[in-house]
Design a protein around this ligand. Structure first.
Ligand code: ACM
Ligand code: ZN
Length: 763
């Protein structure tokens, strides 16, 4: 019985304005009328859907409005599988809210399940007003692989959390969970035929503490693994949510935990230890030893029994070739099989494993290094070192899943590191994820069909707890979910952020520790009106939330001022427009919502420290531009007054794949005593210090006189290259020479080394 009282009508008008779905459906049409939610609900479905319907009924009972009506009959929620005239996507569904009830139709149970995720979000929103606006949603995903990954090796996460993580994926219609189960720091899956893998390989004698550069370790025994029963439980849990679990068994690299258990499977015979630190290590599976393949085939047989996934991840990334080069068994294999180098030996390894997996009716996927030395015939590629791997795979007719570090690594910082827990590095804020386009522009239509979708990765070197996994995953996962589900033309960042604002309280109530880094104010220095002047823009992702700033403890003589307001005081001010900064000062800025959708009241404060030297905000030219991936603020970044700090953030560093010559015009001939520049050192991320930095000066920009040179610093993190001298100069030139390709034995060997530079210092 549906009595449409005037009261209900008024409420439902506001309800119609509040349909906030993530991901946004392909099509949504608002209809006239409302559905009163206060009668009891009855999920109705045919017999084959009996269990599905029961689970849904149990799930939605708590979403019922508190106010109940005595009704002649229940409001039906009708679930139906249909056989359409035309071919529809397997995850297609249509959801109708009508005054008489709700109906969801789909072609498969998976489609029906996706429809029920929309239903749950609608019922949550309708709860307060006890009604829903009538509407029709016709929906289907843009991509078939909508994935999230989780590394349980660097840190271990118990089964209840794995299920909670799967729930998060399910809520946003993700359909693939990539479970990274083996690595140097731990083997996390019980293998009955090889018990030592977990007896030995699941435990390490300590863990790295703090930043990579410090190389400090504790001595606390750490580990854990999933029993086969637990694995089955997780797989079944995911299956109910129509999420495929893709297990990853790493080979031939990242294998130290396995080698600690079975040292005879390494080239040197060991002994090996389960690794305490994070990185890439030279000891890998021996590619010349048949027992390695026998062991891995036994492992994969048990894995394929546990995981119904049609696709099995065999790792393949970051496998140093040092040991293979000197191993008699590996060299004999190369000779016998006519393999011309160690890359071909890696290809041999993967092909041999692929053949075995294919023989069991499954396919393999591997990280993009499996392209090196020749891709196995039926393999798919997970493109992580950029998009090149995915492009190469698609062009050669292989499927690819895109997971480039630039947009899909959710272990990167999502806000100013000053406000964030220690992370591995990088800078991948929510907006960057939302802007991601999985299909590389380089591909034609036919090739583009091989791009199955994309995946967000959560590596856990610096992520110790379930809370922190959630913090790194949400809300970036929600942005990626919309990228992968919603038609490209419907994507709209600011509309998404508004929907997200209303989703935050929901994430809170589901006990997910979602990050609010989005609310951090971006402090962007720009070239001011005159050389030597910096103008600072403050920007919040939420245009409707006021931004405040202050200059705390302003240094004596600082002349930071708001051009509209005159000289600045160190007290809090509301931001109304760009600020001029002309002397050393610290700016703090934050968004301060008055009452914003009930989201939390504390917001992170962003801080930028400005230092001035003779080169600051002076005209600067570069011999060649930075790589587009590391060029956020352009050449000005090198003279913007902000010295890139001890945690790497890609917006503060400019990155090149070769050397560069930098010229700064000081504006007038001056006495120069010191010239310097900072460089970043992180071999694990392929970032190396310059081979040499040469400084020179000029009065006329044509004839440059050597001023000195610097080289050889080796600490992790920031290194300063500088020299002292005496010159009268207007122009300062800094020639930075790259080391060229990464030396053998280091991560990324043979690839061009990255050169990361920030802040020219002239005194
Ligand atoms: C990876 O991040 N090593 C795939
Ligand atoms: Zn070997």
């Amino acid at each position: 019985m549906h009595r449409l009282l005037p009261f209900t009508l008024i409420i439902s008008l506001s309800a119609s304005a509040q349909v906030n779905l993530i991901p946004l459906p392909a099509e949504m049409r608002m209809e006239a009328g409302t559905l009163d939610l206060r009668c009891p609900w009855a999920v109705e479905a045919g017999a084959p859907l009996h269990e599905f319907a029961e689970r849904l009924q149990a799930e939605i009972v708590p979403l019922h409005p508190d106010e109940k009506l005595a009704c002649f009959r229940a409001t039906s929620i009708d679930l139906k599988l249909i056989t359409p005239d035309t071919l529809l996507n397997a995850e297609w569904y249509r959801l109708k809210v009508e005054p008489s009830g709700i109906a969801i139709a789909a072609v498969t149970e998976a489609g029906l399940y996706r429809g029920t995720r929309t239903l749950v979000q609608l019922l949550e929103q309708g709860r307060g007003s006890a009604s829903l606006p009538c509407l029709t949603i016709t929906d289907q995903p843009r991509f078939g692989w909508r994935g999230m990954h989780l590394d349980v090796c660097r840190h271990f996460f118990p089964v209840p959390f794995i299920k909670k993580y799967i729930d998060l994926l399910a809520r946003y219609k993700m359909n693939s969970f990539h479970w990274h189960l083996t690595d140097d720091q731990g083997w996390r899956i019980q293998i009955k035929g090889r018990p030592e893998l977990t007896a030995v390989g699941a435990w390490r004698k300590g863990s790295q503490v703090g930043a990579y550069a410090n190389q400090q370790f504790d001595t606390v025994r750490y580990g854990g693994f999933y029993t086969q029963d637990e694995i089955r439980e997780v797989v079944a849990y995911a299956a109910e949510r129509h999420i495929n679990v893709v297990p990853e068994i790493e080979m031939p690299g990242h294998a130290l935990a396995a080698l600690a258990a079975y040292p005879q499977l390494g080239c040197t015979g060991g002994p090996y230890a389960v690794e305490r630190g994070w990185g890439v290590f030279p000891d890998v599976f021996c590619a010349g030893n048949d027992s390695v393949f026998a062991m891995l085939q036994d492992v994969l047989t048990e894995v394929m029994d546990l995981f119904p996934s049609k696709i099995i991840h065999i790792g393949g990334d970051e496998c140093p070739k040092d040991r293979w080069k000197t191993c008699p068994k590996c060299q004999a294999r190369m000779k016998a099989d006519g393999l011309k180098d160690e890359h071909e030996l890696q290809s041999y390894f993967i092909r041999r494993i692929e053949k075995f997996v294919n023989g069991k009716g499954r396919k393999i996927i591997g990280w993009d290094e499996i392209l090196e030395g020749g891709l196995a015939p039926n393999a798919s590629v997970m493109s992580w070192r950029g998009t090149e791997g995915g492009i190469a795979a698609a062009r050669s007719g292989h499927d690819a899943v895109m997971s480039p570090g630039s947009h899909c690594y959710f272990d990167h910082y999502q806000g100013d590191p000053a406000n964030e827990p220690l992370a591995i590095g990088g800078y991948t804020p929510l907006q960057k994820v939302y802007s991601y386009e999985p299909v590389p522009a380089e591909l034609n239509e036919k090739e583009a069909k091989h791009i199955l979708g994309a995946q967000g990765n959560i590596w856990t070197e610096y992520i110790h707890t379930p809370d922190q996994v959630e913090y790194m995953a949400a809300p970036r996962l929600l942005a990626l979910a919309e990228v992968l589900w919603t038609p490209k033309g419907k994507r709209d960042e600011s509309a998404f952020i508004h929907r997200l604002e209303q989703e935050f309280p929901k994430l809170d109530s589901l006990h997910y520790s979602a990050s609010r880094s989005l609310y951090q104010v971006r402090i962007t220095p720009k070239q001011g009106a005159k050389p030597g002047l910096i103008t600072v823009e403050l920007e919040s992702a939420m245009p409707d939330i006021p931004v405040y700033y202050k200059f705390p403890g302003q240094e004596a003589g600082a002349m930071a001022k708001d051009p509209r307001k005159g000289p600045m005081a160190p007290q809090k001010q509301r931001y109304t427009g760009p600020l001029d900064v002309t002397a050393a000062s610290t700016v703090q800025a934050w968004a301060e919502p008055e009452a914003h959708f009930g989201t939390q009241a504390t917001y992170p404060i962003s801080t930028a420290r400005f230092h001035f030297n003779k080169a600051t905000a002076r005209p600067i030219t570069l011999s060649n531009p930075p790589d587009e991936r590391y060029n956020t603020g352009g050449a000005f970044t090198l003279v913007d007054g902000i010295t890139a700090g001890s945690q790497r953030v890609n917006t503060e560093w400019l990155g090149w794949k070769q050397g560069v010559t930098i010229t700064v015009d000081l504006g007038s001939v001056q006495h120069v005593r010191h010239i310097g520049i900072g460089a970043w050192n992180d071999a694990h991320s392929w970032i190396h210090l310059p081979a040499e930095v040469a400084f020179s000066t000029s009065t006329d920009s044509t004839t440059f006189t050597p001023f000195g040179s610097a080289k050889g610093q080796v600490a992790g993190g920031r290194n300063d290259f500088s020299t002292e001298g005496q010159a009268k100069a207007r122009y300062v030139r800094i020639a930075v020479k790259s080391i060229g390709n990464i030396p053998d034995g280091m991560p990324g060997e043979g690839n061009p080394a990255w050169l990361f530079l920030d802040e020219v210092e002239v005194r």
